[in-house]
Design a protein around this ligand. Structure first.
Ligand SMILES: O=C(O)c1ccccc1NCC(=O)[C@H](O)[C@H](O)COP(=O)(O)O
Length: 254
């Protein structure tokens, strides 16, 4: 894990909690719904390919959303979300593996497990269609990627810099997310996605499903990230803040 650069106290706390968290007792086997296919189908159908994120709270959010997550998930899908992301981190994001299990049972779109996974056993805590691995925080990306794929998971490898994007490509990642959130300041800057993609043109050669993550709030942001090459857009706060169906419709209907 690379904790050498600056990290906000909240992220340090998230990582300490992740180091302590147990995995599942039995090995997961997943028959995954395809995230790339779901994103392509949305785009072919004239909708922005949005992955709507169920994030009850976060270090950058005031308060906590306590409505039934299954109802929220169904509203997101009704609003046009191509896929869902469910936070399972409990201490800082109000998530749970049980929420993800219930949501995945209730919807037919692919569901991403959004968490800070550090060890192979943690993959087995719950089945999902996609798991997130954060390049900076995973010691053995090749090994964890292989372990996830052996179980049937698709893997979204998250990066924030050109160097991390090259590491993800070298490890054979085929779904890569560029997170616009800086983990030192927790601020978001959409030009992060643009500059990483410009520095690493292989991200746009068609072999990778490329996701823009964080800080996407408006239709203009959606158009901007799509123009820069995003095949999918991961949106949390702008959907969770208010009527999730209306918010999802506003961002998918472009
Ligand atoms: O969302 C946070 O406050 C946060 C703080 C520290 C580490 C990670 C954090 N978020 C994880 C994410 O990547 C986002 O939930 C996701 O990309 C959606 O972002 P947004 O649309 O800006 O809510």
């Amino acid at each position: 894990m690379d904790t050498s650069g600056e990290l906000s106290p909240a992220v340090r706390s998230i990582l300490s909690a992740a180091e302590e968290r147990d995995g599942g007792e039995t090995r997961c086997t997943v028959d995954a719904r395809s995230l790339p296919d779901a994103l392509d189908a949305a785009a072919d159908g004239g909708r922005a390919p949005v992955i709507a994120e169920l994030k009850p709270t976060s270090p950058t959010t005031d308060g906590e959303r306590t409505d039934d997550p299954v109802e929220l998930a169904e509203e997101m899908v009704a609003g046009g979300a191509a896929a869902l992301s469910v936070l399972t981190e409990p201490e800082h994001f109000g998530g749970s593996t049980e929420t993800l299990r219930r949501v995945r049972e209730a919807v037919s779109v692919p569901v991403l497990r959004k968490d800070f996974l550090l060890r192979e056993a943690q993959l087995d805590a719950v089945a999902s269609d996609v798991v997130l691995l954060i390049a900076r925080f995973v010691d053995d990306l090749d090994g964890l990627l292989a372990a996830a794929r052996e179980r049937g998971f698709q893997v979204l490898v998250e990066v924030h810099t050109p160097g991390e994007a090259r590491t993800a490509l070298d490890a054979g990642a085929d779904i890569i997310g560029v997170n616009n959130r800086d983990l030192a300041e927790l601020s978001v800057d959409l030009s992060t996605f643009e500059s990483v993609v410009e520095s690493v043109p292989e991200l746009r050669d068609g072999s990778v499903t490329l996701i823009a993550e964080s800080g996407i709030e408006t239709r203009e942001d959606v158009t901007r990230m799509r123009s820069a090459g995003a095949d999918g857009l991961l949106v949390g706060s702008a959907i969770m803040d208010g009527d999730v169906r209306e918010n999802t419709e506003r961002l998918t209907d472009v």
